[in-house]
Write a protein that binds this ligand. Structure first.
Ligand SMILES: [Fe+2]
Length: 198
């Protein structure tokens, strides 16, 4: 019978615990935390080589709601912002299609977190397709210190989401409320918490 693995909760400095209140978890030499972002499926539509950009606007898309996405990439202590992290973003276009071939790389882009660990891009709320709720894909590339993270963000209030079996695992921290920002534009804030390599 295979031996069951146990997460080991290890001691950390009282100062960090009192500020952030997180738990540092070690399993087989890999560190993660109670705040680490959950993973989601990659899906079949990732493409390498997306251009560096933070505006996914394109001509011919008049009906979808413009959206600003902001967030922060955070380290294993659930607090430290991580600069210069490479992020791939992709989602379907207004026709519910993924651009798999064109040089336009429609609705795809590569970003880097800035010196404060923050990222931002402008796009639109993607329509649902194939019975799935509205979603945006993320691939956070790993570094020497941090593991790669593949995940997706969803939108609070999406009716499809409530009965959807594709959200795996269901994680309320990845179902984000849309609000209207100071410029009158729809916006979501989505932070991503990475896990450390061994
Ligand atoms: Fe998708």
């Amino acid at each position: 019978m295979r031996r069951r693995k146990f997460n080991k909760i290890i001691g950390i400095s009282a100062y960090v615990v009192s500020v952030s209140g997180f738990r540092l978890i070690e399993e087989n030499g890999v560190y993660t935390t109670s705040c680490a972002s959950s993973r989601d499926m990659m899906g079949p539509y990732y493409r390498k080589g997306a251009p560096i950009r933070n505006d996914f606007s394109y001509a011919g898309n008049k009906d979808e709601v413009p959206l600003r996405v902001k967030g922060k990439i955070v380290g294993v202590d659930c607090n430290k912002p991580l600069p210069n992290i490479e992020i791939d973003i992709w989602h379907c276009d207004h026709n519910k299609d993924y651009d798999m071939n064109s040089d336009e790389f429609k609705c795809r882009g590569k970003l880097y977190s800035d010196h404060k660990g923050e990222y931002m891009f402008k796009t639109f709320i993607p329509p649902p397709y194939g019975g799935r709720p509205k979603h945006i894909h993320y691939l956070i590339h790993g570094t020497e210190e941090y593991q790669e993270l593949v995940t997706q963000v969803y939108f609070k209030g999406d009716e499809i989401l409530d009965n959807n079996y594709w959200v795996y695992p269901r994680d309320e921290r990845r179902i984000i409320e849309v609000f209207r920002n100071d410029e009158g534009m729809a916006e979501i804030n989505f932070n991503l918490y990475l896990s450390q390599k061994s």
